[in-house]
Design a protein around this ligand. Sequence first.
Ligand code: HEM
Length: 431
Amino acid sequence: MIIVNSATIMDELDKKGAIYSDRPVLEMGGELVGYSQTLVLIAYGARFRTYRKHFSRYLGSPKPIQQLYPLVERESRRFLKRTLANHQDVLPHLRKLAGGIILRLTYGYEVQDGEDPFVNLIEHANDNFNAATVPGAFPVDFFPAMKKLPQWLPGMGFMKLAAEWAKDTARMVEVPYNYTKQQMAAGTAVPSFVSTSLEDESSLSADDIRDLRFAASSMYGGGADTTVSAEYAFYLAMVLYPEVQKKAQAELDAVVGNGRLPNFNDQPQLPYINAIVTEVLRWNSVAPTGVPHTAIEDGFVAGYFVPKGSLILANLWNMLHNPDVYPDPFTFDPERHIASPGKEAQQDPRKICFGYGRRICPGMHLAEASLYSCVSMSLAVFDIEKAVENGVPITPVHENTSGIISYPKPFKCVIKPRSEKAVSLIAEELL
Ligand code: HEM
């Protein structure tokens, strides 16, 4: 196992992406529960390339992302409404925001207020996956031959659990896909990744359709928790750094005014808001050790011999908190991305936090757009402050959960509309 702590070495791995872009085999979460067919775990090869082409066509560059701006803005406005109506805990609203954007763009499905059956179905399957991949939880990960043993033997209960979880995985893939098919048959489908990919369905083979279904389901798996973690960290940063919040609001007031909400056209004129987005991605490492890669063949990296099959972990957290590049790395300071284009320009957090090589995050442009929209709209209309208990303001601590995807631990805050005008902007009808 190789742990990479340096952005320069990650850059070398990036350039040698054809060798360092496979994934390890995960027996429980991948092979038995079925996630090895989704993009994040699929082996490097023909199916992997097909999935990536699907992602790249729909999310891979600024142009297709710009077509999604109206959808991102609309869902962000729904988020403001929900948060204003129920401001005790922002986390469920952020989940619905990220889930709403992804389900709409992938399947043309609009999430419902309150409990949503699709969000529940997918999150249930993803919870199974997280439980299945807790390191050391399932001995079959270390002794793959166990899965061939008779199931009545002691210690084989994991096979029954795996079969149940595999059914949930299949439902996660099939149910939303079938929804789009039904909408298309009824002539009511709104354009989405699945509906546009199926426009010429007669020319697709059974394998093409299988790959399309799995590529679609990989969007939620890769995009929901990650975006939520970043946006939750943004809310935490605003509670902890009120002076940053005030400065961002002053920029929004000067550039956008208070007669409308900010939108994507404003983005080039909002350097401080953009710096907040970058600093959120640096300060709170969403995927602290990335997703493991494996070496497809023997090779040399930074002068070291790396044998075929080596497991490579990129310590993104360490790179994003390197004090030589980001002095005082645990402080949330957007200025560092505006001030000097020194070492930081070479080690842009927006480049590091999304991984590397042929596995680099295929949703990064969407992630940045979603985060910008959430940050700018939230700051335009809300003050985000410390909660007060028995007259004492509570200062949250920035601690993270462990796991491949890491969240700030739950914290309390108060979210208030900035003015009557802000309330009326939030209340405006969605077009
Ligand atoms: C703040 C938000 C996000 C962060 C920090 C993030 C970060 C990452 C990282 C570090 C990886 C692993 C890259 C590697 O193996 O080197 C990854 C992979 C992936 N991400 Fe993201 N991501 C985010 C949002 C999204 C979104 C919005 C989507 C989809 C709509 C997405 C879909 C995926 C998928 C499918 C993979 C697996 C790619 C593969 O194995 O080829 N991510 N992401």
